[in-house]
Design a protein around this ligand. Structure first.
Ligand SMILES: [Zn+2]
Length: 252
């Protein structure tokens, strides 16, 4: 245990030395874009939900050793980004804004029809995409956490809520439905299916345009993998992420 803590301390202290950040306010709400690692790397790692800290720690530690450019959105430690609009608050999911359709769906949830609000979020989104430089990447790695018994690999199985969003499923030998890869490319699925983890292949031709990063990447043909694990399973999530580097980027 002591050795592990020292290892984390070493990693954390060296990451702090290499970090940088910038501010990208959304309608007056401060949002920090933290980044570290190799600028313009072919691989981008990205944690956008500010309450999913296990995935953020995994991303910071693994990218330090295996490479890639790591990004993280910081906004009050919550999943949603909230800001004032007149007397009301608007709540936006930072994983539902990468397409215009997704932004409108978010505004509908907030009962907002104001085109100026749409344009403000759209412009913020465009700035974010340009910082992330998503369209130049050879591989986009999203990092997420989920809660036990809610959204999981099972959500994509026949008869479940997101059945139609999956083109194929691969059941790994590690029998835990909360930990899985969600990918946009059959080739990535083939390579990762040699491992022990569950995999969902997005149905790129029939998917719902909910504005998520996986939809945006599929529309642009950018290879995408979400490394998703239950909260607090840091070692599991790090191993899953390392396996992505080993299989897809041929790292040892
Ligand atoms: Zn998430």
């Amino acid at each position: 245990m002591k050795g592990f803590i020292f290892f984390v301390f070493l990693c954390t202290s060296s990451i702090l030395a290499a970090q940088d950040s910038l501010q990208l306010s959304l309608m007056g709400r401060p949002v920090t874009v933290y980044f570290s690692g190799a600028p313009q790397s072919p691989v981008m790692l990205y944690n956008m939900h500010d309450n999913e800290n296990t995935s953020a720690i995994a991303g910071r530690i693994v990218s330090k050793k295996y490479g890639g450019e790591y990004f993280e959105l910081m906004h009050e430690g919550k999943r949603l980004i909230s800001f004032q609009y007149g007397e009301d608050s608007i709540h936006i999911d930072p994983n539902r804004i990468y397409t215009d359709c997704g932004i409108w769906t978010q505004l509908e949830k907030n009962k907002i029809t104001d085109t100026m609000v749409f344009k403000t979020i759209q412009s913020w989104r465009n700035s974010l995409l340009s910082i992330l430089d998503v369209s130049s990447r050879e591989l986009v790695i999203a990092l997420h956490n989920n809660t036990n018994q809610h959204y999981s690999y099972k959500s994509y199985m026949p008869g479940e809520e997101f059945e139609l969003e999956a083109a194929a499923l691969h059941k790994g030998s590690l029998n835990d439905k909360d930990d899985f890869y969600f990918v946009t490319d059959p080739h990535i699925m083939d390579q990762l299916s040699q491992g022990r983890y569950n995999i969902i292949l997005q149905a790129n031709n029939t998917m719902t345009d909910d504005g998520s990063l996986s939809v945006y990447c599929a529309q642009l043909g950018i290879p995408y993998v979400n490394v998703e694990a239950q909260y607090n399973r840091l070692m599991r999530q790090m191993k899953m992420l390392i396996y992505v580097f080993q299989q897809l980027m041929h790292k040892e």
